[in-house]
Design a protein around this ligand. Structure first.
Ligand code: ADP
Ligand code: ZN
Ligand code: ZN
Length: 775
């Protein structure tokens, strides 16, 4: 199978363990004699450059720049033999002329970009990310460019399809390989074969090699086919309606900023269904008319299919950077963006790095979403990085949300951001009505049910009228309430009267407000009955729905059932076409959906997000309820929302039921202020990981010792403590939390010294600035 063999020569970069091997495929500009890792002493006149390697290392390294290569440029991507194994590693030229010393140096083996991929703004943005998120420069820069970009304008891509029957699959396959077969099986069932090998790799976590092994065993067939490049279309529908007065006011304010140019941040606070997207579209149109490009960031592109379809209809030359793109397609789009052919870039957080040639505007939709934060290094926040980019590029940026983050509101209060409001829904539609239901009162004694009497009743009504319902069950894997099904006693903290949460991992109960811990009470202190750990799972909800409404057509949407963007679209299409009655999902269903026939939204347990061990738990809960409630009543049918809760006195839930953002902010902000927490302070978190608990703990202590002397007295130091999730993937985790009343203080103290600080720490050290999760 020569075709197959060729496909696998081109391995993608793994961010942390760059692949290399000795040579391999033919590559342009590569001298066969160099790059094997042989070090030589530079001769006089030899050029020596500094490289930032894509690895968890702060310092840059001297390398010979072979004379046969064209002169180096700052920011150029290269490959160079690195470390003892001389693995060919991705690196960036960060210094053009180092003084050649007397010790031996290895040579750069390959230049990946004839021209650097970074313009001046992106280059400086990369430096900012490294300094602000305390991540080594090479890793920070590497995150800004998809590995396929600029490498090869591949004309062909590898695609796979099943070549075996389910019954013939061998038992002894790895979990990931099984996943590949399952994916292909599913694709066949859906009639979307063949599947791009790259998409399979992403969905299954399988390497190319193991996919190739499946092909050799004749379980699947892999072949090359011409890449289907996406097309940029010029068509753009005219505006279907006039903006209402609020939209017009917002638009004229934005319009003035776009005209004037220059950096400004505008927070567009518009209730759900107030027509924010419509304002984005018209603002972008103005940018295009001025021959500039716009970037529109959305939290999760798979969930934005409805918005996307609308944008593609209404705006010309839109490049959509979704995760389903093949390398070749992504590289193609990058070229279009760089050339200025793409007028609009839509994408998730990484779209902040889109190499636009003449940026005119950035918009960050749903700016409060925590999915804008990357959870691997560099742990950059897409919104904050976008604000920084806008500042460096000197262009306006708009942050939009129905439930702005308290950080952004605080920035408005401090005069740094301008506020525009869309306080009412378009077309005079009312806000949906929310009803709080105390689940404990509705449960039949001795029975564990997740859907109480009120919600059951409302669902029956809605289904009877042929309308649709969205149900939210925010899954929570690791923690539960402690609850007595016989007498309805609930375990609450004696200090806080907040629920004590049982943690599977530690087998202890914990109050997430005061951190008090205790053992699990057993039996029930009130009636000596057997206590129940009330862990609410989405599967359990599904089973109960099927039992209660056997005729209803139901789809479940969570990360187990939705693994590819195509699956989302299928469910959304079916729901939009009325082929489904109930959409049950995790917080995925709370995001931006606009279905006119949805007249009921049910929140199975509003408390689930209060349980996360995080000072933002209330904020998250408020946002989630308001957002998911906003899916109801978006057309003529009035919307109702049933909010079930085990602990209904939570202020976050109370404020959410009246859509009272101002009330919530006024209640929550003073608490944050008193506690010295964001937005009144900035956090930097260090996590130290090691497989051995004592080593991890000792390393965390050593890091604390190394950090302290560099920190000014205003920085509060917490820890080291075991992290809330003590062990992930067999690594024990300890954390140090630094709190500073002023932004940038910690970074200023540490950024230039990270190399020295982490040098002797005998464990992995991960830094994070402005963490969104403290788990
Ligand atoms: P948001 O982004 O705030 O949730 P959208 O922009 O999606 O709101 O608008 C909600 C719905 O109302 C969409 O179907 C949109 O087409 C429609 N819409 C928006 N603005 C207007 C308007 N001025 N007049 C009539 N319909 C509008
Ligand atoms: Zn407590
Ligand atoms: Zn009891």
């Amino acid at each position: 199978m020569p075709a197959v063999a060729k496909l696998f020569e081109d391995q993608p970069d793994e961010p942390k363990a760059p692949c290399g091997g000795n040579g391999g495929g033919a590559s342009d500009g590569k001298d066969p004699d160099v790059g094997a890792g042989k070090a030589v002493v530079p001769a006089p006149g030899d050029r020596v450059v500094g490289l930032a390697v894509n690895a968890n290392l702060w310092r840059s390294f001297d390398y010979l720049w072979p004379a046969w290569l064209p002169a180096p440029a700052l920011g150029q991507r290269v490959r160079a033999a690195f470390g003892r194994g001389n693995r060919k590693t991705l690196a960036f030229v960060v210094d053009l002329a180092r003084r050649p010393g007397t010790h031996e140096l290895k040579a750069v083996s390959e230049v990946l970009d004839p021209q650097p991929q970074f313009d001046d703004v992106l280059w400086r943005l990369g430096q900012w990310i490294s300094g602000y998120y305390l991540t080594p420069p090479g890793m920070s820069l590497a995150a800004m460019i998809p590995s396929a970009v600029g490498r090869h304008a591949a004309k062909c891509e590898a695609v796979a399809q099943l070549q075996s029957h389910h019954a013939d699959w061998p038992q002894a396959l790895g979990a990931r390989q099984k996943r590949v077969l399952d994916e292909l099986y599913e694709a066949r069932a859906q009639g979307v074969e063949p599947v791009s090998v790259e998409a399979l790799m992403r969905a299954s976590g399988c390497s190319r090699d193991s996919i190739q092994r499946l092909a050799r065993r004749k379980l699947i067939r892999v072949e090359n086919r011409p890449v289907e490049l996406p097309e940029l279309t010029d068509a753009a529908e005219a505006d279907p309606f006039e903006l209402n007065a609020d939209q017009q006011a917002a638009m004229s304010a934005l319009s003035a900023k776009i005209d004037a140019g220059g950096f400004s941040v505008t927070l567009l606070h518009g209730v759900t269904g107030s027509g924010k997207t419509e304002v984005y579209i018209r603002a972008i149109r103005q940018v295009i008319a001025a021959s500039r490009q716009a970037i529109l960031m959305v939290p999760e592109i798979a969930l934005a299919t409805q918005t996307l379809q609308r944008l593609l209809r209404r705006l010309p030359r839109v490049a959509v950077l979704h995760s389903g793109l093949s390398n070749a397609q992504r590289a193609f789009y990058y070229q279009q963006i760089r050339d200025g052919d793409a007028a609009v870039v839509v994408g998730p957080r990484s779209a902040v790095f889109a190499p636009t040639r003449k940026l005119g505007l950035i918009i960050v939709d749903e700016e409060h979403e925590s999915s804008y934060k990357q959870d691997t290094a560099p742990p950059y926040h897409g919104r904050d990085t976008a604000v920084k980019r806008a500042q460096l590029a000197d262009v306006p940026i708009v942050l939009g949300s129905a439930t702005p983050s308290l950080e952004s509101m605080h920035n408005v209060a401090a005069g740094r951001y301008d506020l525009l409001s869309l306080p009412i829904r378009v077309k005079g539609l009312p806000m949906p009505k929310l009803q709080i239901v105390h689940l404990r009162k509705e449960l039949t004694p001795g029975k564990v049910e997740l859907i109480g009497a009120t919600l059951t009743h409302r669902l029956a009504e809605v289904l009877g009228r042929g309308e649709q319902a969205i149900l939210l069950m925010n899954r929570r894997g690791y923690a539960s309430y402690v609850f007595c099904p016989s007498c309805k006693w609930m375990y609450e903290c004696e200090h806080c009267s907040r629920p004590m949460i049982f943690h599977q991992a530690t087998h202890m109960c914990m109050c997430h407000y005061c951190q008090a811990t205790s053992a699990l009470p057993e039996p029930c202190p009130a009636c000596s009955g057997k206590l129940l750990l009330f862990g609410l799972g989405i599967q359990r909800t599904e089973a109960e729905l099927v039992r209660k409404f056997p005729q209803a057509k139901l789809a479940r949407m969570d990360s187990d059932t939705m693994t590819t963007p195509g699956q989302f679209r299928k469910v959304f299409d079916a729901f939009g076409a009325g082929e489904l009655d109930i959409l049950l999902g995790t917080q995925m269903v709370g995001k931006g959906l606009d279905f006119p026939r949805v007249s009921l939204v049910g929140i199975i347990s509003a408390d689930t997000s209060l349980i996360i061990p995080d000072f933002r738990a209330s904020e998250r809960t408020f946002q989630l309820i308001v957002q998911v409630a906003g899916r109801a009543g978006r057309a003529e049918m009035p919307g109702q929302v049933v909010v079930q809760t085990l602990h209904g006195d939570e202020p976050a839930i109370q404020f959410a039921t009246t859509h009272d953002y101002k009330g919530f902010a006024a209640w929550e902000l003073p608490l944050r202020k008193d506690a010295g927490l964001p937005p009144y302070a900035r956090l930097v978190r260090f996590v130290v990981r090691h497989e051995n608990m004592d080593r991890a703990s000792a390393a965390a202590n050593a890091l604390a010792v190394a950090l302290r002397p560099h920190l000014p007295p205003e920085v509060v130091f917490w820890g080291p403590d075991p992290a809330a999730i003590k062990r992930i993937r067999n690594k024990f985790r300890f954390q140090i939390l630094l709190i500073s009343p002023r932004p940038g203080v910690i970074q200023a103290a540490l950024a230039g010294r990270m190399e020295r600080i982490v040098h002797d720490i005998p464990a992995e050290v991960l830094a994070d600035a402005d963490p969104v999760s403290l788990a």
